[in-house]
Every structure is written in C-alpha cells, then in structure tokens.
Ligand binder design. Sequence first.
Ligand code: S3P
Length: 164
Amino acid sequence: MEAIYLIGFMGSGKTTVSRELARRLNVAVYDTDEEIIKMKGKSINEIFAADGEAKFRLLESDVLRSIPSNDAVIATGGGIVGLEENRLYLKNKVNVVYLHAELENILERLKDDDSRPLLRKDKLQSAEVLYSKRLPLYRGAAGIEIGTSGKPITRIVDDIIQRM
Ligand code: S3P
C-alpha cells in the first residue's frame, strides 16, 4: 500500500487520526514532528528558539523524504506545505489527505497548549493569517479532503478509508 500522508493545520487531529488509521490498516505510523524531536533530542519550541523556523523547515523536509513511502500512515507538521519542494513531493503521492478543521475549533482545542511556537497566545492574530494563507496550499496538495470539526476520531478514520 502506498503511504497515506495526512496534512492540515495545527490541531486538526493529524497525529490522533494517524494512529487510529494505522491501527485499522495494520501499517506503521510516523509523525514528522516526532521524528524531528527524536533526531534532535529537543522539543519543537526549543528547535524554533535555538535554530529558527527556516532551519526547522529544512529538517522537516529531510524527514518527510526519509520516512518509508509504503505501508505507512504519515502525520505531517502543519507547515509542511510552506516549502514548494514539499508541495511538489506531496503532489506526486497518491494518498494525500487534507484534514480540514475550522479555525475556531482549532483555537478552542489548542487554547491551553503551548507546544506550538506559531500558535502562542500573542500570535493568535497571525494564526488567522496563516490559516487563510495555508488553506489553498493544503487543498492544492491533497487529493482528498475530510472535514474533522465535530467528528469523533473513528468517524474521521471511517471517512478516510471510504474515500481511498
Ligand atoms: C507547525 C505545526 C506543528 C509543528 C510546528 C510548526 C506549523 O505541527 O510542526 O510547531 O507551522 O503549522 P502540528 O501541525 O502537528 O501541530
């Protein structure tokens, strides 16, 4: 089976959905953020603070290419579509699923979460800008779009399997 790539904004459920989807399909699961954390031995916040976002993006891009592209479900970081090289990479994959969540649901879900440097409380206004900027990039890169707002994980996973 060709790998299934889950893309979408921070807090749209990619990590949770990837685990359940991989369990249901009995394949491996990867998460680009987790791979980066393992590789660097630092949190995403620490990497952003020490090396900057541009360096993080290069790491993310390398990690995306290093993950097996068969028999796997791959949850990607919300900013993976920022680099054109990644958009092109994903365009060539058959199973790219955009998990679409409404921004208000995302902000509600992540209101007490400070693990995402681009979504800290002082950056909420820019989150709106980022969300609008990325929406067309996710849609352009994915062959399948699944709405996640208000749906339990099992339903989201059922929807993905049905659309494959
Ligand atoms: C980011 C999303 C995060 C993580 C980093 C940057 C982004 O991943 O890669 O904080 O730019 O949208 P999640 O989408 O898993 O939160």
